[in-house]
Design a protein around this ligand. Structure first.
Ligand code: CA
Length: 228
């Protein structure tokens, strides 16, 4: 068994699929390709990839359905390709379960950097927590060991990346965190090009936990503040 990491690319646009696959292979990944929804699910079952690059609009059934079916069988990190920035908001809001989003058009170089960052993040998340104590800020409780969140005693169900973002902000209450820093710390991505992903996930957290929890600092980033 080799130790090459395997990426499944599910994309019906041939030119995009080929250029992404070529770039990933050049980086030392094993790459499988699928061109429609059912083919993507079958390839994920067969190849057991370490990560999936998944287009939203696919023949058969769409990327959301592929993500649901694949994740139901086995958790695997998903980088979703979207056609527009506002589509990212929509998908994060739906709790689709992708870990990161990229809007077309993108450069293959950027995609490869995001794939590396996502794999690093998943490996880091698998490490045991150095300090497992519950974080409490006002009526918000974040338990990093059980990865559970409550506000005013009511449990909220977060995706893994929403949890990581909230835990990072809650550990630093009232401190303004620039979008670029959140992108680097949570997504492991060192360039500012993906800050829209941060905005989308903050929106999702507000929807689940209350709009008053995370303050926007215009032009800079976010701070977690529980009102007195
Ligand atoms: Ca497509």
């Amino acid at each position: 068994m080799g130790n090459k990491r395997r990426v499944l690319v599910v994309e019906d646009e041939q030119t995009i699929a080929e250029s992404v696959a070529a770039r990933l292979r050049a980086e030392g990944f094993e790459v499988d390709l699928a061109h429609d929804g059912p083919g993507g699910v079958a390839a994920a079952e067969r190849g057991r990839p370490d990560l999936i690059v998944l287009d939203v609009m696919l023949p058969g059934y769409d990327g959301l359905e592929v993500c649901r079916r694949v994740q139901a069988a086995r958790p695997v990190p998903v980088l979703m390709l979207t056609a527009r920035d506002d589509e990212t908001d929509l998908l994060v809001g739906l709790g689709v379960g992708a870990d990161d989003y990229m809007t077309k058009p993108f450069s293959p170089r950027e995609l490869v950097a995001r794939v590396h960052a996502l794999l690093r993040r998943v490996e880091r998340a698998a490490q045991p927590e150095p300090d497992g104590s519950t974080i409490a800020v006002g009526d918000l409780e974040v338990d990093p060991v059980q990865r559970r969140v409550r506000r005013a005693g009511t449990e909220a169900h977060l995706t893994p990346i929403e949890f990581d973002l909230l835990a990072y902000l809650a550990a630093r209450p009232r401190a303004v965190q620039p979008r670029e820093r959140l992108l680097a710390e949570i997504w492991g991505w060192g360039e500012a090009a993906g800050t829209r992903t941060v905005d989308s996930h903050v929106k999702a957290l507000r929807r689940k936990l209350g709009a008053d929890l995370i303050r926007t600092v215009h032009g800079v980033g976010y701070a977690l503040e529980v009102p007195e």
